[in-house]
Design a protein around this ligand. Structure first.
Ligand code: HDE
Length: 718
């Protein structure tokens, strides 16, 4: 067999071009799966028009049998998700660090598919659960698929893969009654956590607003584990992967998240789909933190410990390229559901480290695809196929698509002249990094993993005051749902080691006291025969006190792109007041909707008809980022007669969103509960500083929307 010539990779090659299985519904007759044209798809074959259905009806049976098997097992974790196609474009070659071609050739646009997800909930659960979000990227590179299967939080709950089933069993609905769905606020989760001090850093993140993102498009992504990059000379450096969204990192309020779950449980999925359909493509900068081999032991934490970050103040994140999502899937099941990620899908130039969580994952993902997708041929499903040609001697198995020719399916062979050949390293052959390993077989945690608190404290201390308050409230909420007092007390003991004031505030909300001797109640993360003293969790020395990068208060706040703004009005509105605002907002690429008591059209005071997008029945303030009440005395009077406008106003105020009023609409502000929340004579300038624009100025409103939220309006926790 002659070696096939490599097909040149087209720029921005779409995955759909690679799929042999796309079927259009437009240009075909309806047929059976065997290609027989169907004449009647409305009636089954019966013995007489009122008689029994005949077993002979193969058309009916084929259709119903297929239907009966339409579901595949959902992912055991990350079941709920949404995805999109896109491209990765490198900024400049990384030759010094890696030989991976897609990280060296700036003329290539590497196709990608990204799937975002929640972790705990099942496939039909709400998008807005308090949870970690999956951020899994499949790079279809010329040298094979590279999957970066990460999350929107840079650390994880546990240090060793062997604890994963326990963690997931604890967070999933309790097995006796399958309650609660997609929520960590229950006994079993906190029971487990209260006995796992190593989870404290992650707990700070999941109790922060990072766990209730405004949009998938406004989340960071992290590879979490330390990986290796390997260059042509075989030299290795350690690397951490980051994605930073160009729209900044933004979240919603917890009360809002819970309400969105009822009003539109597909909120994130829809947000992603709509943004891509509207042509405002989500973008991230892909960045790396490089740590030379010689610096491996320079930190006060272990690079192999997945409960630790490498603070950006110690090792900056260098942007190396841009990830753009520019095409929605054509079919959710075929693409988003059937995509199969695996941290072990690697390309030459990237390699693993010995992080014990990563090592366990390397087993888990193929195993899970076998049970979920049903066959080792899952790589042949169009969304999983590499664009690099694949040749090997693997054969057969369920649902094999490839028709391998010839009689040779073994290596070495002479009958096929040795084909397919092994590739030399310089021909792109993958060779694992030849790390020196010299150790005893041992089931033990490395002592360098035992500082369970310093980075939890670093995270908490790095938050702004409102962010800290949100963490206190989230912990008080979650533990408030726990029914067993000893679990709450144990958790308070752990929190106390993160930050004393934090623990005291949560204890106060729970009506409890922080335990004085928490140490005796914990540290279960060692084996039965181990000496507990050797494995006591510790608080190590701090390298830095604060990290700006950890606080969302310091995120980008420059754009109103894709923010949703409701203009609430009705007949008698002032057309100019609407038009000027709408124009300014849409010029900034915001999404503007006219909301009125009923659908149809409203009539302005000058007789112009304006289309209504949402009625008071379908509208909810929690589905919008900001509200605008235009002028028009008659309209304002009607709005005051309805419950919804003032409810929406007060709700948006509570959720710290920008709200603008023009002239006559000030009457609505004055009638609101929110206006009474502020000192009577608060100057308009001070109000503008907390996102309340009373002069109808589009410019000021836009500035406020770009800031996203004005958390200082909130009441402080107990
Ligand atoms: Fe996963 N994880 N995981 N995980 N994970 C899965 O694979 C697993 C972990 C992550 O959109 C499963 O195809 C083990 C860390 C994402 O399809 C499964 C351990 C991180 C997704 C699995 C971890 C992740 C998964 C379920 C501990 C962040 C969704 C379905 C050793 C770096 C990918 C599937 C998608 C999915 C196992 C820990 C991220 C069961 C055993 C840490 C984003 O194989």
């Amino acid at each position: 067999m002659k070696e096939k010539k490599k097909a040149p990779i087209k720029k921005n090659k779409k995955i759909e071009d690679l799929s042999l299985n796309t079927v259009s519904t437009e240009d075909h007759f309806l047929t059976t799966n065997q290609g027989l044209r169907i004449n009647d798809n409305q009636n089954s074959l019966k013995a007489g028009v009122r008689g029994p259905t005949l077993l002979e009806d193969f058309i009916l049976r084929e259709k119903i049998t297929h239907f009966d098997h339409e579901r595949i097992p959902e992912r055991i974790v990350h079941a709920r998700g949404a995805g999109a196609h896109g491209v990765f474009q490198l900024y400049k070659p990384l030759k010094a660090y890696t030989k991976a071609k897609f990280l060296n050739d700036t003329t290539i646009q590497t196709p990608v598919f990204v799937r975002f997800s929640t972790v705990a909930g099942s496939r039909g659960s709400t998008d807005l659960a308090r949870d970690v979000r999956g951020f899994a990227v499949k790079f279809y590179t010329e040298e094979g698929n590279f999957d970066l299967v990460g999350n929107n939080i840079p650390v994880f709950f546990i240090q060793d893969a062997i604890k994963f089933p326990d963690l997931i069993h604890a967070v999933k609905p309790e097995p006796h009654n399958e309650i609660p769905q997609a929520a960590s606020a229950h006994d079993t989760f906190w029971d487990f956590i209260s006995l796992m001090p190593e989870s404290m850093h992650m707990i700070m993140w999941v109790m922060s607003d990072r766990a209730i993102p405004r949009s998938f498009r406004m989340m960071e992504g992290f590879g979490i584990h330390t990986f290796r990059l390997i260059n042509e000379q075989g030299k290795s450096v350690f690397v951490k992967f980051h994605f930073k969204p160009l729209l900044g990192v933004h979240s919603v309020a917890w009360d809002e998240a819970q309400k969105i779950s009822g009003k539109n449980s597909d909120f994130h999925r829809q947000d992603l789909f709509d943004a891509i359909e509207s042509g405002i493509f989500p973008e991230w900068e892909f960045g790396i933190q490089i740590i030379p081999e010689e610096d491996e032991h320079k930190f006060d934490f272990d690079l192999l410990d997945p409960t630790k970050i490498v603070p950006e103040e110690l090792v900056p994140v260098t942007p190396i390229g841009k990830l753009t999502l520019n095409r929605n899937p054509d079919n959710f099941f075929a693409e988003t559901e059937q995509i199969a990620f695996h941290p072990g899908h690697l390309v030459s130039g990237i390699d693993f480290t010995n992080d014990p969580l990563l090592q366990g994952r390397l087993f888990s993902y193929t195993d899970t695809q076998l049970s979920r997708l049903g066959s080792p041929n899952f790589h042949e499903i169009p969304i999983n196929r590499p664009i690099a040609p694949s040749h090997n001697n693997q054969r057969d198995a369920k649902m094999r698509q490839t028709i391998n020719k010839g009689r040779v399916a073994y290596d070495p062979n002479s009958l096929s002249f040795g084909c397919p050949f092994q590739a030399k390293i310089k021909e792109g052959g993958f060779a694992s990094y030849t790390e020196k390993i010299d150790g005893r077989k041992i089931r033990e945690r490395s002592p360098s993993f035992l500082d369970h608190f310093s980075q939890a404290t670093l995270f908490y201390k790095s938050q702004s005051e409102p962010e800290q308050n949100h963490i206190i409230n989230a912990l008080s909420f979650e533990l408030g749902k726990v029914t067993v007092e000893s679990i709450k007390i144990r958790t308070l003991g752990l929190l106390n080691q993160v930050d004393k004031t934090l623990a005291e505030k949560v204890a106060k909300a729970l009506g409890l006291k922080v335990p004085t001797k928490p140490e005796t109640l914990m540290n279960h993360s060692f084996g039965a025969d181990a000496d507990p003293k050797k494995f006591q969790s510790q608080k190590g020395k701090k390298t830095i006190e604060k990290s700006e990068a950890l606080s969302m208060a310091n995120t980008l706040k420059h754009s109103i792109k894709t923010r949703r703004i409701a203009i609430i009005t009705t007949d008698g509105c002032d057309e100019k007041s609407i038009e000027a605002m709408k124009k300014a907002l849409t010029e900034g690429d915001a999404v503007v909707k006219i909301v009125a008591p009923t659908l149809g059209k409203i009539k302005g005071k000058n007789g112009t008809f304006i289309d209504v997008d949402e009625s008071f029945l379908t509208f909810s303030s929690v589905l919008f980022d900001a509200l605008y009440f235009p002028s028009g005395a008659k309209a304002v009077k009607t709005l005051l007669d309805h419950m919804e406008p003032l409810n929406a106003l007060d709700e948006a105020y509570r959720h710290c969103k920008p709200i603008a009023f023009d002239e006559d609409a000030l009457e609505l502000w004055n009638a609101s509960y929110s206006s009474k929340d502020l000192p009577k004579k608060t100057a308009p300038k001070e109000l503008a500083a907390i996102g309340l624009i009373l002069n109808g100025s589009p410019k000021e409103f836009i500035k406020a929307i770009a800031k996203h939220r004005f958390w200082t309006r909130e009441k402080k926790p107990v």
